[in-house]
Ligand binder design. Structure first.
Ligand code: NAP
Length: 321
């Protein structure tokens, strides 16, 4: 009886301390709030303070996300591990649930799972809701999940802050209507282009994406082979570069001041970048900067710290680890 009473007192003591500890950690243990909540088990895992994260996709082993998050963690003195995990496309949900049960704190999601990840979430951010796609999952207590989409902010930061490319009053073409395109269209519209066209191999997906954005005066859609204008900024958001292909756009899509931006990235210029420069575009860049910027936003969601992105981009460009 004495022992049981003692244990109850200790338990009440711990429960009284939890809110204060949690406040110091920057989140609320009891309330559903916009702040990040972590499984309560993490609070008492004193032996292993390393939070575990991963990027999931198919394929995913080429991903640079582990290097990026580890570099951010070193900068910000955060203790974490970050892996690249290939999930079976026909058992995505089960794969995510297994990682959640295994104690992961959060996941980045890459192709082809962003729309499926959206469907698993109990709560999503406004930008993920508009995109209908999620690239950042945070595991809450129990089997709860929140989702966000950092692709759009990542692209816009790379364009505006790193590359000094302005979309204001520009004619912008987004090629593709998959998970990545869904994340970037609304943030691009917010940068004030004169006109934004979405072109996709499957025209109905472009139409559906354009229709879901609610700016009928500035947003248009068509099939890739129906593109007839030239554009100030052409963004390749298709998966074509992964197989060294180029979307079947007309050669007149670029003019001499055009910027070409490929969301894909590789050690060498992508097929789309080479093609754009051969057709006279002024500049062609890959999506490495966007990758680092979207990761920085995910890092902020998980750790409430903003790492510097420029040194990480240059380290990756120079092939340093
Ligand atoms: P996804 O959801 O699988 O969508 C693929 C898109 O590509 C669809 O619109 C598809 O058209 C189109 N497509 C595939 N092969 C094509 C081809 N040969 N010609 C023309 N269109 C083709 O993939 P995602 O998640 O949107 O990713 C797209 C690309 O963006 C990938 O290269 C990915 O690595 C890159 N990405 C980069 C970042 C970054 O941070 N840099 C972030 C996200 C994504 P249909 O609808 O007709 O099938």
């Amino acid at each position: 009886m004495v022992q049981a009473g003692g244990s109850v007192a200790v338990l009440f003591g711990i429960l009284r301390l939890v809110p204060n500890s949690c406040r110091k950690l920057g989140y609320s243990p009891w309330r559903c709030s916009t702040a990040i909540r972590r499984p309560m088990t993490d609070l008492f895992d004193f032996k292993n303070r390393k939070l575990r994260f991963a990027v999931v996709g198919h394929p995913v082993m080429h991903s640079k996300s582990p290097q990026i998050h580890e570099a951010f963690a070193r900068q910000c003195n955060v203790s974490l591990s970050y892996e690249a995990i290939a999930l079976d496309p026909i058992a995505f949900e089960q794969g995510v649930r297994n990682l959640q049960a295994g104690g992961m704190a959060g996941l980045n999601v890459t192709l082809p799972f962003k729309e499926a990840a959206f469907g698993l979430c109990d709560e999503v951010s406004e930008r993920a809701r508009i995109a209908n796609a999620v690239n950042t999952l945070t595991f809450l207590g129990g089997d709860q999940l929140t989702g966000d989409n950092t692709d759009g902010i990542g692209l816009v930061r790379d364009l505006q802050q790193n590359l000094k490319i302005s979309c204001a009053d520009a004619k912008v073409l987004v090629v593709g209507a998959g998970g990545a395109a869904r994340g970037i269209v609304q943030p691009l519209l917010q940068t004030g282009p004169a006109r934004l066209v979405i072109a996709n191999r499957t025209a109905s997906r472009a139409r559906e994406l354009a229709g879901s954005m609610g700016s009928p005066d500035r947003i248009y859609s068509c099939a890739i082979d129906e593109v007839s204008d030239s554009f100030d900024l052409v963004i390749n958001a298709t998966a074509a570069s992964l197989s060294s292909e180029v979307p079947a756009l007309p050669e007149s899509v670029f003019h001499s001041q055009s910027h070409a931006y490929d969301l894909a990235y590789a050690d060498q210029p992508t097929a789309f970048m080479r093609w754009a420069l051969a057709l006279g575009a002024a500049q062609a860049v890959d999506g490495l900067g966007m990758l680092v910027e979207q990761a920085a936003e995910a890092f902020w969601i998980w750790h409430r710290q903003r790492p510097q992105t420029a040194p990480v981009i240059s380290a990756l460009r120079s092939g340093a680890r």
